[in-house]
Design a protein. Structure first.
Length: 416
């Protein structure tokens, strides 16, 4: 998942705002002239040869989620806390830092120099990782239940909090925190969910919660103090993970063992577009990360076997399996960064795979339409003007002029 605040298409007129930052010496007219003159610059590379290859691994008895920033992987290692790995050589990941969280680190999100750890019974733990060799605790927020996932947008953290007792499972759910002061997180609002909230993804003012037996729940979080249920989708089995690309939702449905693809352009009424049955090939589908038109689906079986299935979702009505990589146990979490997949294999290790050729590797094609054009530039410019973390193009933890110029250079170069 973990995945994963995608750039959204926002009103292009944002760039006309006098409050929006712009590169020194460049007027709005100059920016517009530049992008309009360039027009459509080419077609992005389309996946042709997909053959996932294991590059290396990092041993762990109970691996959780992974966040990757540049050549550093932040690895939630459950009982072993947060492990920080140098993955500049993916064939030999090296631990460079560790923070022993109070409970079980299940998942992690990194924004700038701050790591947000979903630490189950110890709530949300917030760490300063500006020096990855020596992470420092900043603050925490203890919830009434067990924190299973966290997504951070700007200075707002969205967490899923569940209660294992089925009799009180509906007492908790989505919680929204103000983390502008990481030393003292403040609860803004919450919404109870009927089942066991497993994961959350936020796009704009919409939060999507994988709520196990209650399916996919869709909330309006435009007012964080009062999240409102907009709609839901209840498949035949549990929803364990979710990812969003544009107005399309991808969910894994647990023991129904399928990947289901939904049109959520009207969040009040999600529409099923397509299904890949037996998506895992074994007994259940566990996790998902979607890059462009490729879905990476984790699966497992009751007899300690599992793996990664790579699926072409270009046509949502007819998803096609591109490749499969098997592991000794089920794939609990998946994160794809550029052409590398990080897969947490239950009771075994963090596996690092080369997935070159499995997805469109043209980073500047932000809307995933196979072309590098004005629409992509406007997507980036909108996020950059709002100083959103996704616009940190050079991954230095700041959104500034350097990011604008870095993206501009890549955009002009296009993709072959």
């Amino acid at each position: 998942m973990r995945t994963r605040h995608n750039l959204l298409l926002k009103c292009a007129t944002r760039i006309e705002s006098t409050e929006a930052p712009r590169p020194a010496g460049m007027s709005t007219r100059a920016i517009l002239g530049m992008i309009l003159a360039a027009g459509a610059l080419g077609t992005a590379a389309i996946a042709q040869d997909c053959s996932p290859t294991v590059l290396g691994s990092f041993s762990s008895d109970d691996p959780g989620g992974v966040a990757v920033v540049g050549t550093t992987a932040y690895f939630a290692a459950n009982y072993d806390g947060l492990r920080i790995l140098d993955v500049s050589d993916p064939t030999s990941p090296t631990q460079i830092g560790i923070y022993d969280t109070p409970d079980n680190a299940w998942n992690v999100e990194v924004v700038g120099n701050i790591a947000y750890v979903a630490d189950v019974n110890s709530g949300l733990q917030i760490l300063d990782v500006s020096d990855p060799t020596a992470p420092v605790w900043l603050g925490s927020y203890d919830t009434p239940g067990y924190v299973t996932d966290v997504t951070v947008v700007g200075t707002t953290a969205y967490i899923t909090d569940l209660e294992w007792d089925w009799q009180t499972a509906g007492d908790y759910g989505l919680m929204i925190l103000d983390v502008s002061d990481p030393t003292s997180p403040v609860l803004l609002g919450e919404a109870a969910t009927p089942s066991y909230s497993q994961a959350v993804v936020v796009e704009g003012t919409i939060a999507y919660v994988a709520d196990d037996f209650a399916g996919l729940l869709i909330f309006d979080v435009s007012n964080p103090a009062s999240p409102t249920l907009l709609g839901s989708y209840d498949p035949p089995s549990q929803v364990w993970s979710v990812d969003i690309v544009g107005t399309t939702a991808y969910i894994t449905t647990g023991y129904n063992n399928s990947l289901e693809i939904l049109d959520v352009s009207n969040p009040a009424s999600p529409v099923l577009l397509g299904t890949l049955s037996n998506a895992g090939g074994e007994d259940f589908s566990t996790s998902i990360d979607v890059v462009g038109t490729t879905a990476y689906v984790g699966y497992g079986g009751d007899w300690y076997e599992g793996g990664l299935r790579v699926v072409d979702v270009t046509d949502p009505a007819s998803p096609v399996v591109l490749a499969t990589q098997t592991f000794a146990d089920f794939s609990a979490y998946i994160t794809v960064a550029e052409n590398t997949a990080y897969v947490s294999v239950f009771l075994e290790s963090l596996q690092i795979l080369d997935v070159t050729g499995c997805h469109d590797d043209c980073a500047v094609d932000l809307n995933g339409d196979g072309a590098v054009n004005t629409q992509d530039f406007l997507l980036f410019l909108s996020a950059w003007a709002a100083e959103e973390q996704v616009a940190d193009w050079n991954s230095d933890g700041q959104v500034n002029t350097q990011d604008f110029l870095a993206y501009l250079n890549d955009w002009v170069a296009g993709c072959s």
